[in-house]
Design a protein. Structure first.
Length: 329
């Protein structure tokens, strides 16, 4: 990709045109998106105007905004050259990372990008908090991810677990959740115990299906290299050489949390994720997540990672909803 800057005498004062040339016109089409929607997003976020002429993009705006736009376009084009896709989430991640590079969070990104390799896809954190979280999962034997829904706490933890399993760093993956009702009791659901519990575990199945081919995943379940089980099924076990995730930990009682944490065995990694605002425990029952946070936040080699509505990577309305509820408390 060739970069060059030109100044047009018709441009407004203080504005120049920067020319960016892309060698592969087919990739440029993918970069621009359907009806140039990707370019429109970048224009809106960075305050520039982008015009396409053949295999060139011309950026009109202030020099700083032009440079930032060129960085984002270059990173997205590099993804396409590597055989990856450019989707809305990738756009969002690059724009956030560019904002961080140009601001006070520059230090966090100097070590290069964090990437998690799985069988089906390459997973990349989209915010600075997500990047710090992923780094802590690789660096610590016990890590907590605390924050609102949609911030990638569980998804990234499962991705790291799959990556470590594929690299031979652990022998198995164990995923667990408390089977706590949120308005509907287990006993009223149809089917046997597995059929009653599976709906609670579905987010964990969904994450695994994103990272592993279905045939390989089925074989790993059959051989018990991957287990998904309610929290109550963890009692009495010692979890060695495993990557262990406890999801929705705000719905674990204090005793359940202590029981789970003390399952940690030799050669294992453990991740605890939860949202303090979505506790479904009976009234008066303290959350084990809150107790663990209070008791363990000064213990060495235990990492606590926090997310806010700014880290939500679902639909933009989810962040707005979370902020509205937070403002009302």
């Amino acid at each position: 990709m060739a970069l060059g800057a030109l100044t047009s005498p018709q441009d407004p004062a203080g504005s120049n045109e920067m020319e960016i040339e892309f060698p592969d016109n087919r990739l440029l089409i993918d970069l621009c998106g359907e009806h140039d929607k990707n370019l429109a997003t970048i224009e809106q976020k960075l305050g520039v105007q982008i015009n396409r002429r053949g295999n060139q993009l011309w950026i009109l705006g202030k020099e700083d905004a032009q440079n930032r736009t060129a960085e984002v376009l270059g990173a997205l084009y590099a993804r396409l050259e590597a055989g990856r896709t450019v989707e809305s989430g990738d756009m969002d991640r690059e724009l956030r990372m560019e904002a961080a590079r140009s601001g006070d969070q520059l230090e966090m990104f100097r070590g290069g990008k964090v990437e998690i390799k799985t069988r089906k896809k390459l997973v990349e954190p989209r915010t600075d908090a997500q990047k710090a979280y992923v780094q802590s999962l690789f660096a610590n034997e016990l890590a907590f991810g605390i924050g609102p829904a949609g911030t990638g706490k569980t998804y990234l933890a499962v991705a790291v677990g799959v990556s470590m399993f594929l690299n031979g760093q652990v022998d198995k993956i164990i995923l667990s959740r408390p089977a706590v009702e949120a308005g509907e009791r287990l006993g009223f659901l149809p089917g046997d115990m597995k059929e009653k519990i599976d709906p609670y575990m579905q987010p964990l199945y969904d994450a695994l299906n994103d990272f592993l081919p279905s045939k390989q995943l089925a074989k790993l379940f059959e051989e018990k290299n991957i287990e998904i089980a309610p929290l109550a099924f963890m009692r009495g076990r010692t979890l060695s050489n495993a990557f262990v995730v406890l999801d929705e930990a705000q719905n674990a009682s204090t005793m359940q949390m202590k029981m789970f944490l003390t399952r940690l065995g030799e050669g294992s990694r453990m991740v605890i994720t939860g949202d303090r605002t979505q506790v479904d425990l009976p009234s008066g029952t303290p959350s084990g997540l809150a107790d663990a946070e209070r008791l363990l936040n000064s213990v060495p080699k235990i990492s606590f990672n926090y997310f806010t509505s700014k880290d939500v990577v679902r639909h933009p309305l989810v962040a707005a909803i979370i902020e509205a509820y937070e403002a009302d408390t």
